[in-house]
Design a binder for this molecule. Structure first.
Ligand SMILES: [Zn+2]
Length: 310
């Protein structure tokens, strides 16, 4: 990786959109954040994104003709082949929107689109906790639980280019109903949303407060946290035996303060595994934080066909 290479990475979430200029070494040069406001409609979103990309490029001292590519990580599901967004839950108002064509027209360079969890993992593999490992699985603990895998140097893709939904690995058939249609998913027991629901049932305001109370010794909070940790260990067990990662990366807002507790649950699962080379499997905290998505997206754009990896 060298400092040559000029790309823009875009990370679209349900609340905000991060846009950054990134060089070939994965260094963020300039960045800007705008509200998503997807209910204003797709055309408004495209216009605001295009305008902000242009501003970030100008602030970096680049011309649009200098760009090697634009990469977009978007809260999924997305269709990376057609360049369209299909997420009525997180991005209402943007259903079936083609985000790739207008940016390609505006900036005259290759534009790639992937799920945001995939782009975050590509970022961690480029300059963060996944660098030098393969396969790598990343779990992102936030509102939901996102998952992504790199295998043989590239993203693990399934039918229609889709990525694995590791948050919906079943861990407790008798557990709470999940919006995906089944019960007791990893996400429905260990996500920020799940912890907040459980916290309110015992008079706490949200999952963050619950985890703080558990750390301070509150037994009711520790019982609920114990359920999330058991779900994490059970999901890890499935991931270990299906994907055989060399490294597991844990990211997302919940890991800022509680990585050690969750990593211990993951390490416990690894230590119990007897049929896989468990001693060669490590767990690490994501290193790039909120920047993983833009770094990964820019890297994917530079590596795209017609893009310039240099
Ligand atoms: Zn589910």
């Amino acid at each position: 990786l060298t400092r040559e290479g000029r790309a823009v990475g875009i990370d679209i979430g349900g609340t905000k959109i991060a846009i950054a200029s990134v060089n070939g070494a994965g260094e963020v040069l300039r960045e800007a954040t705008i509200p998503t406001d997807s209910r204003q409609g797709f055309a408004s979103g495209v216009a605001r994104i295009t305008e902000t990309v242009a501003r970030v490029i100008a602030d970096t001292g680049w011309a649009a003709s200098d760009l090697d590519g634009v990469g977009i990580g978007c809260a999924g599901p997305v269709d990376p082949v057609r360049g369209t967004i299909h997420n009525p839950h997180t991005l209402p108002g943007w259903m079936d929107g083609d985000i790739v064509s207008p940016l390609r027209e505006a900036f005259g360079c290759p534009v790639v689109l992937e799920n945001d969890a995939d782009m975050a993992l590509l970022g961690e593999c480029r300059t963060g906790a996944g660098r030098g490992f393969d396969p790598v699985v990343m779990l992102t603990f936030g509102t939901g639980i996102g998952g992504a895998a790199v295998l043989g140097g590239g993203l693990l893709r399934g039918v229609a280019g889709e990525h694995p939904e590791l948050g919906h690995v079943p861990v407790d058939p008798g557990g709470p109903r999940c919006y995906c249609g089944t019960s007791g998913c990893f996400e429905s027991l260990a996500s920020g949303t799940a912890l907040t629901a459980a916290a309110r049932a015992v008079g706490r305001s949200d999952g963050a407060e619950l985890l703080q109370r558990a750390r301070a010794g509150d037994e009711a909070a520790q019982r609920i946290r114990g359920g999330a940790l058991a779900a994490t260990a059970a999901a890890t067990w499935t991931i270990l035996h299906t994907l055989l990662p060399e490294r597991l990366v844990l990211g997302g807002g919940m890991m800022d303060a509680h990585y050690d507790t969750f990593a211990e649950a993951v390490r416990g699962a690894i230590a119990r595994a007897t049929l896989i080379p468990a001693t060669r499997i490590s767990v690490a905290r994501a290193e790039l934080g909120g920047r993983a998505g833009v770094v990964g997206a820019a890297g994917a754009a530079m590596a795209a066909p017609g893009g310039t990896e240099r």
